[in-house]
Write a protein that binds this ligand. Structure first.
Ligand code: GRF
Length: 203
């Protein structure tokens, strides 16, 4: 099976997926790491792992739809089975999400449906939450709104700063994202009518 990973930045989740593929835990090959940001450190991680990279910059296209069409053509050409968003900080066009419906995963640092969008740590602190977390979900046209597959919770302590919570959440992300990807690659995870199923059982 073939995976493409879309990134914009650091790529800690990408690294966890690379490691899981190399270890054989995920029985798939990452055939391209795609970035919209030339300076993303994740591109260096990909090169170190000898994984092909592809750069799609917004400035090279007339609009978002054309940019996403170019990305879609690249993915089609590679024949990827799964598209993994790992810190890809650009909203995908509805044509793109519809085209690859049921084949796109994202990880979002909140306990969805709470705190969609940006600055989830600040949002959780401002709301006085005592816990926060991360969610792996299928991607649909609406931001951070597709069917949730797996979540991990972490505590928020009174003295916490954003960086404390972020560290705790990221430690969970690199555990749960490779696991969900393994489920998908093993054919255990599907999406139907906006709902997620594991081994045919509604999640
Ligand atoms: C992760 O926290 C993920 O939840 C969010 O973006 C961050 C990416 O981090 N979507 P990294 O690039 O994997 O280090």
């Amino acid at each position: 099976k073939k995976i493409v990973v879309l990134i914009s930045g650091n790529g800690a989740n990408l690294q966890a997926i690379i490691d899981a593929c190399q270890a054989g835990d995920i029985q798939a090959e990452i055939v391209s790491v795609i970035s919209n940001n030339a300076n993303a450190y994740g591109l260096t991680r990909a090169k170190t792992a000898k994984i092909p990279t592809a750069l799609f910059e917004r400035k090279s296209y007339a609009n978002n739809v054309e940019m996403d069409e170019a990305i879609a053509a690249h993915i089609e050409q590679l024949g990827a089975d799964l598209i993994v968003l790992a810190g890809y900080m650009k909203i995908l066009s509805s044509a793109f999400t519809a085209h690859f419906s049921g084949k796109i995963l994202n990880i979002h640092p909140s306990l969805l449906p709470k705190y969609k969008g940006l600055n989830t740590y600040q949002q959780a602190l401002d709301a006085g939450e005592t816990e926060h977390g991360t969610s792996v979900h299928f991607v649909n046209a609406e931001l951070d709104s597709g069917a949730v597959i797996l979540q991990a919770k972490v505590p928020i302590f009174p003295e916490d700063e954003i960086s404390d919570i972020e560290q705790r959440v990221k430690a969970q992300e690199i555990q749960i994202y490779p696991l969900v990807i393994k489920w998908f690659i093993d054919g255990r995870l599907t999406e139907m009518n906006g709902k997620a199923y594991l081994d045919g059982k509604l999640l």
